[in-house]
Design a protein around this ligand. Structure first.
Ligand SMILES: Nc1ncnc2c1ncn2[C@@H]1O[C@H](COP(=O)(O)OP(=O)(O)O)[C@@H](O)[C@H]1O
Ligand SMILES: Cc1ncc(COP(=O)(O)OP(=O)(O)O)c(N)n1
Length: 267
């Protein structure tokens, strides 16, 4: 029996590299039982997103109420939300169901450049969801949008932005540096209740990085109930993701930007 149930509240990616599909793979790879609340359907492949079909907020709330009335939940990963109505419904559910270990990946734009969150929903994300997050995991463009300032261009400006993001209300911020150049990919963790920590990994030369953000945030959610503290969960998730990126070229899921290898420890 798996001791931990982890829920992904996110969109569907038919290509299997991002969204709830990636989250379920990462939850399973970390020995936990994955559950999903689907917030949007996308038409998507390794080449990009060709359509988004949001789930009505009332039905997202219905999925959450039905699931949370029955299952014990040990952590939650929140990904693509699509609209401000869905963002508000998820924020309400976090309070109403007293959800633990809430990791918010503030998904706004896919690597292909396609928008996954309406521009008008950024404010709801900033004001309603972030203050309810135990950890928020923006990439550099998402951090810039949330702060309404230019994107960080080096590690020093990343560190400064991570602290400013903390002022928006989450308990901790992991600012991801995948979009910077350099031999290492560095992520910065700042917390209200612990010293800052930086996580470094060799930058892997591959175009197959579709779903890295989803995989990192869902891995952290799966490890939070299993590790002594947040830094240990982030470190474990980063190590797992780096190996998944290193082995990504073994998967052939299409002709564009391919997924990472979630089951590198088994196959
Ligand atoms: N080429 C790479 N090699 C190693 N790690 C990477 C690479 N690209 C991204 N990462 C790591 O993957 C995670 C997500 O990266 P990032 O690209 O910043 O976010 P997102 O996928 O949300 O755009 C971070 O831990 C980042 O450091
Ligand atoms: C349904 C869905 N959710 C999220 C994303 C974005 O995922 P991310 O991990 O940030 O990876 P990239 O798309 O940036 O490679 C998505 N594409 N689809």
């Amino acid at each position: 029996m798996s001791a931990y149930n982890i829920v992904s509240i996110a969109g569907s990616d038919p290509s299997g590299g991002a969204g709830v599909q990636a989250d379920l793979k990462a939850f399973s790879a970390h020995g936990t039982f994955g559950m999903t609340v689907v917030t949007a359907l996308t038409a998507q492949s390794t080449r990009g997103v060709t359509g988004v079909h949001p789930v009505p907020a009332r039905f997202v709330a219905h999925q959450m109420d039905t699931l949370f009335a029955d299952a014990a939940v040990h952590a939650v990963k929140v990904g693509m939300l699509g609209t401000s109505e869905v963002t508000e419904a998820v924020a309400e559910a976090i309070d109403h169901h007293a959800l633990p270990n809430v990791v918010v990946d503030p998904v706004m734009v896919a690597k292909s450049g396609d928008r996954l969150l309406e521009a008008s929903a950024v404010d709801a994300l900033r004001t309603k969801l972030l203050p309810r997050a135990d950890l928020v995991t923006p990439n550099l463009p998402e951090a810039a949008d949330l702060l309404e300032e230019p994107e960080a261009t080096d590690l020093a400006s990343m560190r400064a932005q991570a602290w400013r993001l903390l002022e928006l209300g989450p308990r901790r911020v992991l600012l991801k540096g995948g979009h910077l150049a350099g031999g290492e990919s560095v992520d910065v963790l700042v917390s209200r209740d612990a010293d800052p920590v930086e996580f470094r990994a060799p930058r892997v030369a591959t175009r197959n990085t579709h779903g890295t953000g989803c995989t990192l945030s869902s891995s952290i959610a799966a490890l939070l109930p299993q590790r002594p503290d947040v830094a240990a969960a982030v470190g474990g998730a980063k190590d797992y993701l780096t190996e998944a990126i290193r082995r990504a070229d073994e998967i052939d899921a299409g002709g564009g930007q391919g997924p990472v290898h979630h089951f590198h420890a088994w196959w």
